[in-house]
Design a protein around this ligand. Structure first.
Ligand code: SF4
Length: 480
């Protein structure tokens, strides 16, 4: 087992977002590498395996792109010296967690592609469902792939289309006609920054402005970090092109049907982000309120499992009038190089990351709010920790519906045989995790999390895939 696989096992009961993307174009010609670094730092929760930055100078020679990438967290990969070398006023950055394609240096992004029209640097968040077919088609016409990630297929398609189009944004649109699946893209050509979002809008992307610069980012919290004002979201199917003249939008690829990932609001995104005009924090509060309405129980305190359970616990407390308390202290410093405890050791991965405040829970009836149950192992350990600390009762409330199906759109919600809810009733799961009661958010209430908007994806809860899923689970397939 390689090191990254060990780390995977260590965090195996958590669901991961695949990636975060960031881009900036400074019209005044200032160096932007440090801003990309801070932007990626703000998006670190979206991917902790690798990261990278590519920059260019719009007044320099076309095709002169500098990039720096590596395995690890943003603050592990970059040094002041490596950032100093990245001179340029236009740049893109990426943080990655792999769901398709191995975790190695070749697969880090941004991908930088040199071709006859210059250089393209591309950062991608999402997963294509037709990457193997597209890759095969390209390979038969001579393409040689350097990586095992679907993002390279996108970069190739764009480069190829660019040979027949007048502009790179047209090439992006033509490539989009062939892509099926989830993609939020930030692309740098020698003189342009381009943002594109798939027509379903699975993954988020927004636009910010800071002085004389435009910024593109997966989440609005990253705009705040670099001091940019939020301008608006990139619409599903929209292509935005930023050049010296300003920002230009093309909406010709938009479609009525949208499928924004509802789990971004429940878990993936930062609570201080706004996605498609909805505050993530408010949607989590709403999830907690709904849980209090549907699964009321007599108890002394409500506690959230950090971090995404906290806002939902607050919502539950507001709705029920039951006191909100802090029961857990979290150690946030677990990086990918952390040595995983062996099975035989007394220290479990959960205990290393979370500790219980005994005085808070002792002799109390506790309502514990968490965002999801994947395999059930983590929930079982946390319930056990609360009971060992003296909690009289533990009532578990989950701010998402049960996971029943895998995700093919840029997250690692695993195959159904690994999902505890696929083969077990709620009562059985309650018993397995040792809780006194268990209640999940109802699928019928999901739209209330995003102010009644119906344009969301809930396929991992319902099996209603907005795009036909691949016949087999291709997420590992792409590695071979
Ligand atoms: S299947 Fe689930 S995790 Fe995947 S995009 Fe849809 S809602 Fe999000």
């Amino acid at each position: 087992m390689d090191k990254s696989a060990q780390i995977d096992t260590w965090i195996s009961d958590e669901i991961h977002e695949e990636c975060g993307v960031f881009g900036i174009y400074d019209f005044d010609g200032n160096d932007i590498a440090l801003s990309v670094y801070y932007g990626l730092f703000a998006l670190q929760h979206r991917g902790q395996e690798s990261c990278g930055i590519a920059v260019s100078d719009t007044s320099g020679p076309k095709g002169s792109v500098r990039s720096y990438k590596g395995m690890g967290l943003v603050n592990e990969v970059f040094t002041p010296e490596s950032l100093e070398d990245l001179k340029g006023n236009i740049g893109v950055g990426h943080v990655r967690y792999s769901t398709a394609g191995a975790s190695n240096r070749e697969n880090t992004q941004p991908l930088v592609l040199n071709y006859v029209k210059g250089t393209l640097a591309l950062a991608h968040n999402g997963n294509l469902v037709n990457a193997p077919e597209l890759k095969e088609g390209l390979a038969y016409t001579g393409a040689i792939f350097q990586t095992t990630i679907d993002s390279e297929v996108i970069a190739y398609l764009i480069a190829r289309e660019r040979l027949q189009t007048r502009s790179v944004e047209e090439a992006v649109k033509n490539a989009m006609l062939k892509l099926k699946g989830a993609y939020s893209l930030v692309i740098m050509s020698p003189r342009k920054l381009i943002g594109a979002r798939d027509p379903f809008g699975f993954r988020p992307l927004c636009i910010g402005k800071r002085g004389n610069s435009y910024v593109l980012a997966s989440e609005s919290a990253a705009l705040d970090t670099v001091g940019a004002d939020f301008v608006r979201d990139v619409e599903p199917g929209e292509v935005v092109m930023i050049n010296q003249e300003g920002i230009h939008s093309d909406m010709s690829m938009t479609q009525p049907k949208k499928a924004k990932c509802i789990f971004e609001y429940i878990y993936f995104a930062r609570p201080d982000s706004c996605l498609d005009s909805v505050s993530v924090y408010n949607s989590r509060i709403m999830a907690g309120r709904i849980l209090a309405q549907t699964y009321a129980v007599e108890a002394d305190i409500v506690v959230g499992v950090p971090d995404s359970g906290n806002a939902a616990a607050y919502g539950y407390s507001l709705e029920s009038g039951i006191q909100l308390a802090t029961a857990f202290v979290k150690n946030s410093y677990v990086g990918r190089t952390f040595i995983k405890p062996k099975q035989s050791m007394r220290e479990s991965s959960v205990k290393i990351k979370l500790n219980v405040l005994r005085d808070v829970v002792k002799d109390k009836r506790v309502i514990m709010i968490d965002d999801s149950i994947v395999r059930g192992t983590t929930s079982e350990r946390i319930v056990r920790m609360l009971k060992s600390a003296g909690a009289k009762e533990v009532h578990v409330r989950i701010s998402s519906p049960p996971f029943l199906y895998p995700c093919y759109f840029g997250t690692d919600v695993p195959s159904d045989d690994q999902l505890i809810a696929h083969n077990n009733t709620v009562e059985k799961i309650r018993d397995m995790i040792g809780a006194d009661s268990l209640g999940y958010l109802g699928v019928d209430r999901l739209s209330e999390l995003i102010e009644g908007d119906r344009g969301y994806c809930d396929a991992c809860f319902t099996g209603n895939y907005p795009i036909e899923p691949p016949k087999e689970d291709i997420r590992g397939e792409y590695d071979r």
